[in-house]
Design a protein around this ligand. Sequence first.
Ligand SMILES: Nc1ncnc2c1ncn2[C@@H]1O[C@H](COP(=O)(O)OP(=O)(O)OP(=O)(O)O)[C@@H](O)[C@H]1O
Ligand SMILES: [Mg+2]
Length: 309
Amino acid sequence: MKELYEQVAEQVGRVVVGQEEVLRALLGAMAVGGHVLLEGPPGVAKTLLARATARALGLDFGRIQFSPDMLPSDVTGSQTLRGGELAFRPGPVFHALVLADEINRTPPKTQAALLEAMQERQVTVDGVSHALPDPFLVVATQNPIEYEGTYPLPEAQLDRFLVKVKVDYPAEEEERAMLALARDGLEPSGLEGLTPVAGAQELVAARRAVGAIAVADEVSAYVVAVVRATRALPSVELGGSPRAAVHLQGAARAAAALAGRDFVIPDDVAAVAPAVLRHRLILRPEAELERYSPDDAVATALGSVPVPR
Ligand SMILES: Nc1ncnc2c1ncn2[C@@H]1O[C@H](COP(=O)(O)OP(=O)(O)OP(=O)(O)O)[C@@H](O)[C@H]1O
Ligand SMILES: [Mg+2]
């Protein structure tokens, strides 16, 4: 897993400068079959990173650009007449790595179609189920600034994302290095030249290996205690769900694998906790007024639980 990360990072690094943390999150999520929400301003390489990662992993890539007038069938596909017979025409969700761009620009019904596909790993149209490919990873993006005509994802749906990763502006040197990359006009020209270092089968194997990473009883008790601590905070209205605990342990396993270990340590749990928990917490209005953020709440929860050793 660590080697896979290094190989993928080498390939992706040819077209994307920096953003290693986002790449780690993508691979970590992939390794446990989770989905990723990227939040960041325009033009920080969210799309480029997803495309380059798909290419380096040898995965079939698809992109859905969400818009206000999109229908659920524009995501899932629909039954159409073909040569006088009804046949299923798969929608753009049928790819191994799906970039769901600006998911908060489409109404709840269409969002729900994607989120159901993510959860069920299948699509049901007119009562017939169609399995999605394996692996199947959704990378959704949303702009942090909620403007008019957006539909914020409800927390119940956010809970289905393994992690929410913030994509930030690069450092000044990185931004300079970015200008030195080869371009065809304005577009990066290196994408097609990236070498796939894995394929769907390797990823399924990697997922099995990560699933076998050992979690000692004290460490899984720590996972549960941290999630429960988010529920007990006075500043928090809705804390982490039991699903959040499952996701936290899964992400910690992936972090251990990326570090080249075959067992989880409490540090793995603490390291992934902000990305795993931040989007699932609803703060009380008073806390929000005081500019207390979900990341602050996660930090407080972590600080309140003794670390096993
Ligand atoms: N870190 C980076 N390394 C290399 N190129 C970059 C980087 N950040 C931005 N770019 C350049 O900026 C372009 C825009 O990036 P991209 O389309 O991936 O942004 P985005 O975050 O998806 O934006 P939007 O929110 O508008 O969809 C890229 O094609 C690339 O040329
Ligand atoms: Mg984009």
